[in-house]
Design a protein around this ligand. Structure first.
Ligand code: HEM
Ligand SMILES: [Cu+2]
Length: 813
């Protein structure tokens, strides 16, 4: 029986009737609802459709690459275009296809699988999606203006500096990655809070489905891995736009810095790409083997271990960069160790299928395909972990083969398994299993035909990233085979898409539980209603829905808990147009950065107005006052702690670079000649005091003493402004004394580090003043004290960071 008082004004989730004139208008109205939706299911579909379009673009780029390489001395494209093709192909497939396709499943499935009605921050979720789309469109705008990025997907410095890449190509790459990074980190914080704080009663951590676990690990990887590359991109941005020296060898810069910062992100990134697929396979194989996942707790721990180890192996991408035997040995051993938890997963999947009642559905095919192909990719990965072997294979087609066995054989096959498995849930229609199996075998055969020979081509010396080759190399035949295979993949993907479109049009209707599933998403209708569940689902253990239907191993069925009607009915946040407005602002700023300052300012204004409206949109809505979740902590506080964890990596990277570059300037003033310790000690004391005032402001807000809370909120903001005044004075003095961003490495590292900290203080002051204005207008009540608390957490963090900077930059010799 559908519940009464479900407060949300959004129409049905997915399928609308064929258009007539009136329906045309309705469709327009429907389109508008897609632009303002905050429903996790619809946002999942938006991610899925956009990412599939980007996947097709990346696929076409790959086919042109293959056509160019089909025979020696081919002239289909010239060298610069070829460089752009593989750069855009790699960047697109990783950031605009695989990552958002995974995000499509995170969005659609996670709330359903944990028994929640949406994510913790639905509007923030919409914001992540629109920022992602802005980043993807901006990157592809580069094709339209004829300056596509051409520095490879990992953009090694100093090829990417203005000296060697004077045009806009690298600016497009650098800025779009920054925008996409913002989208990913916002989404990751949202999902960490959702998974930890919004589980249905009884859904303990170890009862969470594997896909939920792998999603959680991935979100932590995103939150911690993106800051280092964000800082690297900031350094590149400053070098390209403002003439700093981070990657300027002549000024003392070190090109290893970029490689470290990129791969400290880049290696965890490969797990961000593969772990969701592992999670999907761990859902699909038990369902179609009619057996519980073998060793589920071990599968959970091995996923966590892979994520953890993933942060300690990055320099295996730099064995050819001359880091020395000690570093090589350490990173080699660490890289080989990762094979253990990965091997455990392969073994447990085989053990799950062993003696199972196998149902060879399309989803099962792709899942089993992943087990086979990823094992091949994993084996060549272990080879790369040995430095002497890697020196033979690095930058050859052996590596291209490896990365596609893990990214197509792994990630993409996992995604196709998930799409086949959850399609009925998302659309309410069944796919054609026979056509699906044909598509699978064509993709499987095409894939191995494309990439297996590349191992051999690499072993006989074919380098990657060459736009042509001569006939006497003997590489012609296997390149022809590889190209034929690539078109096989294309045909298979086309058949997969045809199957999907036919299913939407006339597929057999799907029940809520077409596969006799094990987890909660199968306990609601297909597609689910806007509120997901009529009542919060009971949780009886791991594979809860299976237990509810079939009982435990002895067939004993659990007793349903007494029904507790929801006190306040079901509240779902309404649509909002501010997420798309903010994303538009960000897009304008990015385009403005390459065209006109006026456009940057206009974009910044749109962003600012959007951000304020977004922040205040639900301020007065009582339904949003109470956000304490299953962990007994408020969503906003948990989100802030997660954000601050990410900020630790951000400032850690900035400070580590300052320390690494200390004393490497070749000209100009050095720190002890110019830093003014007495003045900075004063400003440091001021900032410390502001933290004390912040504590007083919170105490006053919690006890409802509005006069005091205003006083201390105002005081904290004032002390923050004083600190910024000191910093402005210091910067001006330094410029007068001949130190600027461009002077030397010290100038570049100092102003970027302290400048970004100053930016954080500025943001904090704006935040405090906003709270003060709300308080002055009588709109900050006792239940809003949490907002003061969250602002306080941020403020104290910014102060602590300053203490570290003051100590290392000013006090340390
Ligand atoms: C769909 C069929 C695909 C084909 C035929 C294909 C083909 C290729 C080829 C031939 C290259 C080497 C270019 C060169 O070094 O000169 C390449 C590079 C690359 N591919 Fe794919 N690819 C496909 C799908 C994917 C997918 C799904 C991903 C997933 C993330 C991916 C990620 C990459 C990356 C990261 C590079 C390296 C780009 C660089 O060197 O900067 N590819 N691809
Ligand atoms: Cu790696």
């Amino acid at each position: 029986m559908a519940p009464r008082n479900v407060a949300r004004s959004e129409p049905g989730t997915f399928y609308t009737s064929p258009p007539t004139a009136r329906a045309g208008l309705a469709a327009l109205a429907t389109t508008k609802t897609w632009l303002t939706t905050v429903d996790h299911k619809r946002i999942g579909i938006l991610y899925g459709v956009s990412a599939f379009v980007f996947f097709l673009i990346g696929g076409i780029e790959a086919l042109i690459i293959r056509l160019q390489l089909v025979r020696p001395h081919n002239t289909l494209v010239d060298a610069p275009t070829y460089n752009a093709l593989f750069t855009m192909h790699g960047t697109t497939m990783i950031f605009l296809a695989i990552m958002p396709l995974n995000a499509a499943f995170f969005n659609y499935m996670i709330p359903l699988m944990i028994g929640a009605r949406d994510v913790a921050f639905p509007r923030l979720n919409a914001l992540s999606y629109w920022i992602f789309l802005a980043g993807g469109l901006f990157l592809n705008l580069s094709w339209l203006v004829g300056t596509p990025p051409d520095g490879g997907w990992f953009g090694y410095a100093n090829l990417t500096t203005r000296q060697f890449s004077p045009g806009l190509s690298i600016d497009f790459w650098m800025l779009s990655l920054q925008v996409l990074g913002v989208s990913s980190v916002i989404a990751a914080i949202n999902f960490i809070v959702t998974v930890l704080n919004m589980r249905a009663p009884g859904m303990t951590l170890m009862r969470m489905p594997l896909f939920v676990w792998m999603t959680l690990v991935v979100q932590f990887l995103i939150v911690l891995a993106f800051p280092p590359v964000t800082v690297g991109l900031i350094f590149l941005m400053f070098d390209r736009f403002f003439g700093t020296h981070f990657f300027d060898v002549a000024a003392g810069g070190d090109l290893h810095l970029w490689q470290h910062l990129f791969w400290i992100f880049g290696h965890p990134e490969v797990y961000i790409l593969i772990l969701p697929a592992f999670g999907i396979v761990s859902e699909v194989l038990p369902t179609f083997s009619r057996k519980p996942l073998f060793g589920a707790p071990v599968m959970i721990y091995s996923g966590i271990l892979i994520g953890f180890f993933g942060f300690g192996v990055w320099s295996h991408h730099m064995f050819a960069a001359g880091m020395g035997p000690v570093a090589d040995a350490a990173f080699s051993i660490a890289s080989m160790l990762i094979a253990i938890p990965t091997g455990v997963k392969i073994f447990n999947w085989l053990a799950t299928m062993w003696n199972g009642t196998l149902r060879p559905t399309v989803a099962f095919h792709f899942a089993a395909g992943l087990v086979a192909l990823f094992t091949i990719g994993g084996l060549s990965g272990i080879m790369h972990a040995s430095p002497p072997v890697d020196l033979q294979q690095t930058d050859s087609y052996f590596v291209v083969a490896h990365l596609h066995y893990v990214l197509i054989g792994g990630s993409l096959f996992g995604i196709l398994a998930g799409a086949s498995y959850w399609w009925p849930k998302m659309t309410g229609r069944m796919l054609d299993e026979r056509l699906g199996r044909v598509a699978f075998w064509i993709i499987f055969a095409g894939f191995n035909l494309t990439f297996f020979p590349q191992h051999y081509l690499g072993a006989i010396g074919m380098p990657r990233r060459i736009y042509t080759y001569s006939a006497d190399t003997g590489w012609g035949f296997w390149n022809l085979v590889s190209t034929v295979g690539a078109f096989g993949i294309a045909l298979g993907v086309l058949l997969f898409a045809v199957n999907a479109v036919r299913s939407l049009r006339s597929g057999a209707p799907a029940t809520g539980d077409p596969w006799d599933g094990r987890t909660l998403e199968w306990r609601t209708s297909s597609p689910p209603p806007p509120h997901d569940f009529d009542e919060v689902p009971p949780v009886y253990g791991r594979d809860s829905f299976w237990r509810e239907k079939h009982g435990d191993a002895q067939g004993r069925k659990p007793t349903p808990p007494p029904r507790v009607p929801e006190a306040h009915g079901i509240h779902l946040p309404g649509p909002s147009h501010w997420p798309i407005v903010i994303a538009l602002g960000i897009g304008l700023v990015a385009v403005g950065a390459l065209t006109s300052v006026a456009l940057v300012l206009a974009g910044a204004a749109v962003m600012l107005v959007g951000a304020f409206a977004f922040a205040l949109e639900h301020h007065a809505n009582p339904a949003h006052a109470h956000q304490v979740g299953g962990l007994g902590i408020d969503h906003r506080k948990l989100a802030m702690w997660t954000f601050l964890g990410s900020e630790c990596f951000f400032f850690g990277t900035l400070i580590a670079t300052y320390m690494a570059y200390k004393g490497r300037s070749v000209v100009g003033p050095s720190p002890h000649e110019i830093l003014n310790i007495p003045v900075t000690t004063l400003s440091t004391f001021d900032l410390l005091m502001s933290s004390l005032l912040m504590v007083l402001a919170l105490a006053a807000a919690q006890r409802g003493d509005r006069r005091q809370s205003r006083l201390w909120l105002g005081g904290t903001a004032l002390f923050g402004l004083i600190f910024l005044g000191f910093q402005a004075y210091e910067f001006t003095a330094f410029v007068h004394e001949g130190l600027t961003l461009q002077t030397n490495l010290f100038g570049s590292t100092f102003f970027v580090l302290t400048g970004f900290h100053g930016g954080h203080v500025t943001l904090g002051v704006i935040w405090l003043l906003t709270l003060l204005v709300l308080d002055l207008r009588g709109r900050l009540h006792v239940h809003d004290a949490i907002k003061v608390e969250v602002a306080g957490l941020y403020w104290h963090f910014v102060d602590i960071v300053w203490i570290v900077i003051f100590t290392l930059v000013y006090l340390a010799p």
